[in-house]
Design a protein around this ligand. Structure first.
Ligand code: SF4
Length: 344
């Protein structure tokens, strides 16, 4: 709920409005997990609130810490579901990768999140809860968010937009929209809808191939939305929002990493307000895909840059802890439990 909504709900129960601000601060700034922690509220009121407005949040089921400081969490949600979330340490601070769904129905062949199918959408509160709990675990403020965990955020559109509004709200954690990235595998109508909101976030589009022929073999969504239409929507998005799009490109050895692919990608994106992010993929157990060699990634980047496009190679973080989305939950589901590195 927004502060205004909490104030309204409190006034319907004849609770003074300043109490709404107090509760909101406890929940969103001091990250309280129960009314009992809100010691400046009278005991009777705390009791009344816990009955009328129960607080739901996730719990840490597993925590893994990589040598480079990356933290991976498996959070348990109400109803026995598990959501994954990764906390990455950069020079500028902590960036969190949040899940938007339990499982995913998009079926990208290189992704572990899709292997057990789709279960349900996460609510805005469940997404916020991942950020708050991870921040508590890290003991440091999270400054950046990427919606790139388990799930296709634009398939859970209304809840994701609500989450974005709450997490960027001044009365809440107040994370700037400019520090938030939303990743999609390319749901064209939803990209068009998102453009109309003129949010200052960064849209990341998982392209992973320069044409439909290759894309069809790794991303089933491309059978529904052709690359021509997807790039058309992306172009319109940049024109409407004046925001640069980031194209994500997982480098899969022998699949999409040839010089020809780099040329085709460069010529398709030439002139667009965009950036290409090459991703050296983590190995996924039982996946038929292998990561491209560092030399191949470098050569590929060089060719795309010749088309006047800025290219970066994503730093590989947490490869020793199953840090790609879906890997940890999958191990939890298939093995019934895994070693907890942190002891939490
Ligand atoms: S890459 Fe993203 S959209 Fe594709 S299956 Fe994985 S979670 Fe879903």
């Amino acid at each position: 709920m927004t502060l205004e909504e909490v104030t309204r709900a409190f006034s319907e129960k004849s609770i003074q409005s300043f109490r709404a601000r107090q509760v909101y601060d406890w929940l969103h700034k001091r990250l309280a997990r129960s009314y009992d922690e809100m010691t400046n509220l009278p005991k009777l009121l705390r009791l009344e609130l816990s009955e009328s407005f129960p607080i739901t949040h996730c719990e840490t089921e597993l925590k893994q810490v990589a040598a480079d400081g990356t933290m991976k969490f498996l959070f348990s949600m109400e109803g026995g579901d598990y959501a994954e979330c990764v906390l990455m340490k950069y020079k500028y601070g902590y960036s969190i990768c949040v899940s938007s769904q339990i499982g995913c129905r998009m079926g990208c062949r290189f992704c572990a999140s899709t292997l057990d199918g789709f279960k349900r959408n996460l609510s805005p509160g469940e997404m916020l809860s991942q950020v708050y709990l991870a921040q508590k675990e890290a003991g440091e403020r999270i400054s950046h968010i990427v919606l790139m965990g388990m799930g296709e955020p634009l398939e859970n559109y209304d809840n994701v937009i609500r989450f974005l509004q709450l997490v960027s709200n001044e009365a809440g954690l107040n994370i700037s929209m400019r520090n938030i990235s939303l990743s999609t595998c390319g749901l064209v109508p939803k990209i068009n809808e998102l453009a109309q909101l003129h949010l200052q976030l960064t849209l990341s589009v998982s392209l992973h191939a320069p044409n439909d022929r290759i894309r069809n073999t790794i991303m089933p969504v491309s059978r529904k939305y052709k690359i021509e239409d997807l790039l058309g929507a992306c172009k319109k998005y940049t024109q409407t929002t004046s925001r640069r799009i980031s194209f994500e490109y997982a480098m899969l050895s022998g699949v999409n990493d040839s010089d020809e692919c780099a040329d085709e990608l460069g010529s398709r994106l030439k002139g667009m307000l965009c950036h290409v992010n090459l991703i050296p993929v983590n190995e996924v157990a039982k996946s038929p895909f292998r990561p491209s060699s560092p030399e191949r990634v470098k050569a590929f980047a060089g060719i795309v840059e010749k088309y006047g496009i800025s290219v970066t190679v994503r730093r590989k973080l947490g490869s020793d802890i199953d840090a790609s989305c879906g890997q940890l939950r999958r191990r939890r589901n298939t093995e019934g439990g895994i070693q907890n590195d942190s002891g939490s």
